[in-house]
Design a protein around this ligand. Structure first.
Ligand code: HEC
Length: 259
């Protein structure tokens, strides 16, 4: 019966391995121009991301799986702050983050309806959205005068142009070669693909941080439980450990009269 201890140890070890595997998150992607480091545990970044998202995205896109009050609670934003600065035109604190624009209007005005962004970070992947927000550029031949390198011919306008400014694509024959190996961990090409033609209100570094914040927020939105999962995992491990200790002492107690 000594094996009982071993069995408990093995079960606990196995459970902890499973948990570790589920806690680590493999970001999807592939075929993106840049890469970014996602960190949904940076509360300040999520708060800034929420602010940008409510101000610059929610006018066209809904995020209808999320509620304002849940976002406020998860991100440590007070109800008053949320009401005063982040909820616009008549929506309530407990409402889902919907949009007044109908899909028909969206199609009519933009050529394509702006999709719901609740879980887009999961389907497209963080790197894709980050690259999308980073690569709008002036293109006279496009209908809107801007095009996008990650999503060529997109009907989304460059809604963040005031922040980023307007950039042009650098014509450079080396691109093909650069693209194949220049993607490093933080989305920095060795050589810039773009040149700022009209500066925005933000420096390129500030703009980069802003879109990282937006994507972080979108990743959180696509899986709010991620914020809690690690804490739950630790709790479960503690529980298993306590159970192991208890089982050991019980076993000692039961068997002491037998020998
Ligand atoms: C003026 C309206 C408008 C605003 C504001 C807007 N978008 Fe869009 N967005 C669109 C339209 C229209 C599309 C559809 C583009 C297409 O299919 O070509 C789109 C598409 C997208 C897509 C691609 C979805 C997919 O997977 O195909 C993403 C991601 C996105 N928007 C993110 C954002 C973010 C983040 C913001 C805020 C910074 C934002 N959008 C603000 C109109 C808007």
């Amino acid at each position: 019966m000594k094996n009982m201890d071993k069995l408990i140890c093995v079960v606990a070890l196995f459970a902890s391995l499973l948990l570790t595997a589920s806690v680590s998150f493999a970001a999807g992607g592939g075929g993106t121009i840049y890469k970014m480091h996602v960190d949904v545990h940076q509360q300040k970044s999520l708060q800034r991301g929420a602010k940008y998202f409510m101000n610059y995205c929610l006018s066209c896109h809904a995020a209808s799986y999320s509620r304002y009050n849940r976002v406020a609670a998860d991100l440590g934003i007070s109800e008053q702050n949320m009401r005063e600065h982040l909820i616009f035109t008549g929506r309530k604190f407990g409402d889902t983050m919907t949009v007044a624009l109908t899909p028909e209007q969206g199609k009519e005005w933009f050529g394509a309806p702006p999709p719901d962004l609740s879980v887009r970070a999961r389907s497209r992947g963080a790197d894709w959205i980050y690259s999308f927000l980073k690569t709008f550029y002036v293109d006279e031949s496009a209908t809107r005068g801007v095009n996008n390198l990650q999503f060529p011919g997109t009907s989304m306008p460059h809604v963040l142009w005031e922040l980023q400014g307007l950039q042009t694509l650098v014509e450079d024959d080396d691109h093909a070669e650069e693209d194949s190996h220049a993607k490093d961990g933080h989305g920095a090409h060795k050589k810039e693909l773009f040149e700022i033609a009209v500066p925005g209100t933000m420096t390129p570094e500030e703009y980069d941080q802003a879109i990282v914040d937006i994507v972080n927020f979108m990743v959180y939105m696509s899986e709010p439980i991620k914020l809690k999962r690690q804490a739950i995992g630790v709790g479960v491990l503690f529980f298993l450990f306590a159970l192991g200790v208890l089982a050991y002492f019980m076993k000692r107690d039961y068997w002491k009269d037998v020998h």
